[in-house]
Design a binder for this molecule. Structure first.
Ligand SMILES: Cc1cc2nc3c(=O)[nH]c(=O)nc-3n(C[C@H](O)[C@H](O)[C@H](O)COP(=O)(O)OP(=O)(O)OC[C@H]3O[C@@H](n4cnc5c(N)ncnc54)[C@H](O)[C@@H]3O)c2cc1C
Ligand SMILES: NC(=O)c1ccc[n+]([C@@H]2O[C@H](COP(=O)([O-])OP(=O)(O)OC[C@H]3O[C@@H](n4cnc5c(N)ncnc54)[C@H](O)[C@@H]3O)[C@@H](O)[C@H]2O)c1
Length: 446
């Protein structure tokens, strides 16, 4: 058994863990990082990045469909195996790139599942190693929640969907959250007949309901069938494939079913009791506003931290850098998050940042609607685009929601506007390239 000691130990090599490791090492700490599965974690291997690559083909098909009314002839179709091969070239390069980056930075890597054996020590049995660290950072992410239904073992998840060799003819997604809506978009564009089932009455909770309706309607127009307000009771195999039994006593016959019903933290697998670390019933580490757990030398960041912020890559990065700065004394302040944009990569993207529309209504803030369909960027590709903005009592922009082909880019302008506390008039202080998403903003209030 090998016994080693470091200043900082990081468990999990996803976006959060890597950000912490590089920052702590860059500030002079000795650092070890432990990974039990794929170096780089969820996002680049079986999350955001492969999804966004598959989405490129969807974007191409969508743009061609829109332009078929305006001078573009012919139809485009997704060649799934070829698209998957393209995706895989990206994913295959992740591990060598991440491990080389760690090696070049002189950050020690250990492969295997970590478990705490005392308040400052971890065992990685697969590597026959125990590791002591002055401070530990838990960045072990989340896994798909297990659905409490009969036949749960027949369901695929985000990883199996993003590795499908062939697109099944009919698919059901359980859950109309981020994963269900994004994967339904991809599967539908690739030719599958798609069902989305959600026990709640609407998709994408937390987003502006009217903009969510637009996203759902765009998908429904393409033939995606939504089943809201009904749970799944069981999934069973029969001679034609899989049968999904719904709580309203109807059933669906499909070729594949995917669990998109939420995720649960991985901290329950870390033997946290041995280190006096408290976790909640969702497998997430309870943290204070320094991201410190109940053990003062153990911190938690990214998806597995029980913090009130979206579980997305840029938040994990931000938290990783913050905790490293805390450990090196570069900061002593509690964590404070800037405006954080979230995006649903549906057929027409839905993005929001800052104050939600629900909070705006509760605060009696003004909500301004812009139908920007006729503004040059959206007009040229016949995109039905909408922007909704919240301003406070001083006309300062404090929130925005966008449904548009390029919402994930447009929302970034609002990130800067909100972080710099600008009014609409003050956004005219910048000159943006014309015509572009930036210059379009002048038209919003022209
Ligand atoms: C399908 C999908 C699409 C997504 N799309 C987006 C998107 O478009 N934009 C966005 O911002 N976010 C997206 N996300 C969310 C994003 O992937 C996560 O927020 C991000 O990966 C979290 O980073 P993390 O470092 O906290 O955890 P992870 O990336 O999950 O990394 C945790 C790592 O810890 C390892 N680990 C777990 N337990 C142990 C252990 N005991 N010992 C050692 N290692 C361990 C895991 O193997 C994993 O590699 C998506 C997620 C999914 C599932
Ligand atoms: N674009 C992005 O940034 C992106 C993309 C994918 C995932 N993510 C991250 O991953 C997390 C998980 O995403 P997700 O879509 O799995 O979860 P989610 O929480 O966004 O949505 C889960 C949905 O499943 C429904 N549901 C739960 N249990 C159910 C049941 N038994 N039967 C039917 N419906 C049920 C819920 O009502 C909800 O609508 C997100 O919170 C997000 O942070 C982000």
């Amino acid at each position: 058994m090998k016994n080693v000691t470091y200043d900082v130990g990081v468990i999990g090599s996803g976006p959060a863990g890597l950000a912490a490791a590089f920052r702590a090492k860059g500030q002079g700490k000795s650092v070890v990082i432990i990974e039990k599965y794929l170096w780089g974690g969820t996002c680049p291997n079986y999350g955001c990045d492969p999804k966004k690559i598959l989405m490129s083909a969807v974007e191409g098909v969508t743009r061609a469909q829109q332009m078929s009314k305006a001078g573009l002839k012919g139809t485009l179709a997704i060649d799934w195996p070829a698209l998957m091969a393209h995706k895989q070239t990206y994913v295959d390069a992740v591990k060598p790139r991440k491990t080389k980056g760690l090696d070049d930075a002189d950050i020690e890597r250990v492969y295997g599942a970590a478990q705490f054996i005392s308040t400052d020590e971890v065992l990685v049995a697969q590597a026959d190693t125990t590791i002591k660290a002055t401070d530990w950072i838990i960045a072990v992410g989340q896994r798909p929640s297990t659905l409490p239904i009969r036949g749960a073992e027949l369901l695929g998840d985000n990883e199996t969907f993003l590795n499908l060799a062939e697109m099944p003819a009919t698919i059901a997604f359980i859950g109309a959250g981020f994963v269900g809506i994004e994967f339904a978009t991809i599967a539908s564009a690739a030719g599958a007949q798609v069902h989305v089932i959600d026990r709640s009455s609407e998709a994408l909770s937390g987003f502006d309901p009217e903009h969510v309706d637009d996203v759902v309607q765009h998908l429904a127009n393409d033939g995606v069938e939504f089943h809201f307000g009904v749970g799944v009771v069981a999934v069973t195999r029969n001679s034609q494939g899989l049968q999904v039994e719904l709580a309203d006593e109807t059933s669906l016959q499909v070729d594949a079913v995917f669990n998109a019903a939420g995720r649960t933290g991985n901290a329950d697998l870390l033997a946290v009791d041995n280190a006096n670390i408290k976790i909640d019933e969702h497998g997430e580490v309870l943290v204070d506003n320094y991201l410190r757990s109940s053990n003062p030398h153990v911190y938690s960041i990214g998806d597995v931290a029980s913090s009130p912020v979206p579980k997305i890559v840029p938040v994990g990065n931000f938290e990783g850098r913050y905790v490293a700065d805390l450990l090196t004394g570069a900061t002593t302040a509690p964590i404070s998050y800037p405006a954080t944009p979230v995006v649903v990569f549906a057929k027409h993207r839905l993005a929001q940042v800052g104050m939600t529309m629900a909070a705006a209504r509760a605060n009696n803030y003004k909500i301004i609607d812009f139908d920007v369909t006729d503004v040059i960027t959206f007009y040229r590709s016949l995109d039905a685009a909408k922007v909704r903005v919240v301003v406070d009592n001083n006309d300062v922009i404090v929130g925005a929601s966008v449904v548009a082909d390029e919402a994930e880019e447009l929302i970034n302008y609002f990130v800067t506007i909100i972080n710099t506390h600008r009014t609409f008039a003050q956004t005219q202080a910048n000159i943006y390239a014309y015509p572009s998403l930036g210059s379009d903003m002048a038209d919003y209030y022209a």
